[in-house]
Each structure stands twice: as structure tokens, then as C-alpha cells.
Design a binder for this molecule. Structure first.
Ligand code: SAM
Ligand code: DTB
Ligand code: SF4
Length: 328
């Protein structure tokens, strides 16, 4: 029996890319009947992407712990008594070995994270070699080093960096409840520097921090109103860390997580939406719904920065069961 290949019908765009989303509009989308919301997001996803492809990014923490910032969710802040200790920076060889493994496992992008408020120039210098050598392996490169000072984004770009990850994390009016050591404006300033240097922007946030649906809408409106919109939008579900102020946060219901993904897809139709931290708490069926609702990227590899992620084997099985494949 011959099975007809499905043709993707491209519906007319319901809206051009736009940078004037109001929080009310985004909240209204989040509040649509669940099935209607997923359906609309899936339609838009098909308009701009091959829905059978998933982008795979592998993370490595090149400098773990001892961070002077006080982010209420983070295992690496010196302000919280967590099981994560301050460790020295990885060597270039160690980072390159991790990148080779990521490539052998099928990742397309390698993301280097550091527990810094921002890089000192001497530390940044050491990372440039990492970026150069990882890029030379044929991987896309991403870095997340915190706030950048003038000139630092350009140096990363010259070394071969493709993406800079810098999250807005939550709604502007919720920020001070979560982080006191910096302001929303500081994050926006670094995002501006990253854009100006010609780097691609990876910018998303965390849900499940006891925020309201309206506050989730506030985060998404901020992300969608970045002009141009970020190329990559990681949506993290809080991984509760013992010893942090948010360790006891109420778990977000999985349907609300799927809603967040769907609305990110609708409001940022051309961005990669990454199903990020917290995936171990989502069963396969919920992850499948996230892919249907427009997620088209994951963190791939047994570890995130300091916490676990589904192992490579489990992800391969899941993608295979869903007839999804890695974007080359
Ligand atoms: N220090 C840099 C910074 O804050 O930009 C880079 C590393 S920081 C760990 C990167 C991102 O990881 C944060 O912006 C946040 O979105 C996410 N993150 C950190 N801890 C998390 C947690 N416990 N659960 C979910 N996401 C988390
Ligand atoms: C992002 O949005 N999520 C990643 C990456 N960018 C750097 C980090 C998730 C961290 C989860 C908690 C941990 O492993 O410490
Ligand atoms: Fe430091 Fe980043 Fe953790 Fe905040 S999220 S404490 S800046 S490592």
C-alpha cells in the first residue's frame, strides 16, 4: 500500500513579524482554549519551518559556581547555599574534547556557559581560543557569559562566535522579586551590544517561578518586541535547586508550559523556540505536544550546566518515535 506523502499547506500569514505586542494580547493568546492554541501555533510553525526538524544544542559549563549575582533560581550564586561549589575554568583542551563528543552525538551547536556577572577581559581572552577551536570543528558556537562591556561582543564575533545567549528571564515587573544584583535595563543593554556586533541573539526566560499567567505574557511580550526578534528563544521550566529562594516554587502545570511554547511560536514565528531546562520533568507525550506547538530546538546532552537533562539515548528514541530528525 502506498502512503501519500503529506504536503505542507502554507496558510497565509496571520500577521507579519511585528514588534508591538501588548501584554493584554499575549495574555489573551495564552488564555485561548488549549486545543485551539496548539492548533494555531502548529499552523504558524509549518509556515516558516520544516516541522520534522529539531535543532540540537549541547551545553557545557566552562566555569561553574562562585557567581557574585543573586539570581533566585540559580545553583551557582554565592548568595545561596547550594550543593554546587566554585570550580576553576575548564581548559581549552577540555572544552574542545566536550565539543567533539557533542558533534559525534549529533549536536549542531555547542553552547559555553560561565557563572560570571560578566567576563573580565583576561577571562574573555581565554574563551576566544575555545570559540575558535569549537568553530573549527564545524559546530555552531554559542556563549553565555553574562553582561558584556563595550568591545567584548565584537571580540567574540571576531573569534567565530555565532550566538550569544542572554535571557530576560521574567517579566520586567517581576524582575526585582527574582534578582536584585542587576536590572532589566542591564540585560537589554547587553542584548543591544550583541546585536550591534552582528551576533545572533539567543534570548528567552524561565517559567515556573510562581509568576502569574499575566507575568508570563509580560516576558513573552518583551521577547517578541525585541527588534529584530531573537533568532533563538529558550523557554526554561524552573529546575528547583535546594538552597535557592525558589527551591519551593509551585510546579507549573504542564499544560501551562505547552501554552507558553505555543504563544512564543505564534508571536515569534521565525525564531527557533527551544524546549530548554526542565525537560526531565516533562513526559514524552508532553514533549511531543511542545513540538507540535512549535518547539523546534532542544538542549541535547546528559547535562545542562549543573543539573541533569534527558540522556542522549532517551532523546534519540523520542525523536525517532516522533519521526523527527536533527537539523543539519
Ligand atoms: N551567568 C550567565 C547569565 O546569567 O546570563 C550565564 C549562565 S546562566 C546559568 C543562563 C541561564 O540559565 C539563566 O539566564 C536562566 O535563564 C537559566 N537558568 C539558570 N538556573 C536555572 C534553573 N534552576 N532552572 C531553569 N533555568 C535556569
Ligand atoms: C538557557 O536558557 N538555559 C540554559 C542555557 N540557556 C545556558 C541553562 C539552563 C540551566 C539549568 C540549571 C542548571 O543546569 O544549572
Ligand atoms: Fe550568575 Fe548567571 Fe547564575 Fe545569575 S544565572 S547567578 S548571573 S550564573
Amino acid at each position: 500500500m502506498q502512503i501519500a506523502t503529506m504536503e505542507f499547506k502554507r496558510p497565509a500569514s496571520p500577521h507579519p513579524e511585528r514588534a508591538n505586542w501588548s501584554v493584554d494580547e499575549v495574555e489573551a493568546l495564552l488564555s485561548l482554549p488549549f486545543m485551539e492554541l496548539v492548533y494555531r501555533a502548529a499552523e504558524i510553525h509549518r509556515q516558516f519551518f520544516d516541522p520534522a526538524k529539531v535543532q540540537l544544542s549541547t551545553l557545557v559549563s566552562i566555569k561553574t559556581g562562585g557567581c557574585p549575582e543573586d539570581c533566585g533560581y540559580c545553583s551557582q550564586s554565592v548568595h545561596h547555599d547550594t550543593p554546587v561549589a566554585d570550580q576553576p575554568m575548564m581548559t581549552v583542551d577540555e572544552v574542545v574534547a566536550a565539543a567533539k563528543l557533542a558533534k559525534a552525538n549529533g549536536a549542531g551547536r555547542f553552547c559555553m556557559g560561565a557563572a560570571w556577572r560578566g567576563p573580565k577581559d583576561a577571562d574573555l581572552q581565554k574563551t576566544l581560543d575555545m570559540v575558535k577551536q569549537v568553530k573549527a570543528l564545524g559546530l555552531e558556537t554559542c556563549a553565555t557569559f553574562g553582561l558584556l562591556r563595550d568591545g567584548q561582543a565584537e571580540r567574540l564575533k571576531d573569534a567565530g562566535l555565532d550566538y550569544y545567549n542572554h535571557n530576560l528571564d521574567t517579566a520586567p515587573d517581576k524582575y526585582a522579586d527574582i534578582i536584585q544584583s542587576r536590572e532589566y535595563e542591564d540585560r537589554l543593554d547587553t542584548l543591544g551590544k550583541v546585536r550591534k556586533a552582528g551576533l545572533s541573539v539567543c534570548c528567552g526566560g524561565i517559567v515556573g517561578m510562581n509568576e502569574t499567567r499575566r507575568e508570563r505574557a509580560g516576558l513573552i511580550a518583551q521577547l517578541a518586541n525585541l527588534d529584530p526578534q531573537p533568532e533563538s528563544v529558550p523557554i526554561n521550566n524552573l529546575v528547583p535547586i535546594v538552597g535557592t529562594p525558589l527551591s519551593g516554587a509551585d510546579r507549573l502545570d504542564w499544560t501551562e508550559f505547552v501554552r507558553t511554547i505555543a504563544v512564543a511560536r505564534i508571536t515569534m514565528p521565525k525564531s527557533y523556540v527551544r524546549l530548554s531546562a526542565g525537560r526531565r520533568e516533562l513526559d514524552e507525550a508532553a514533549q511531543a505536544l511542545c513540538f507540535l506547538a512549535g518547539a523546534n530546538s532542544i538542549f541535547y546532552g546528559d547535562k545542562l550546566l549543573t543539573t541533569g537533562n534527558p540522556d542522549v539515548e532517551a532523546d534519540r528514541n523520542l525523536l525517532s518515535k516522533l519521526d523527527l530528525s536533527a537539523q543539519q
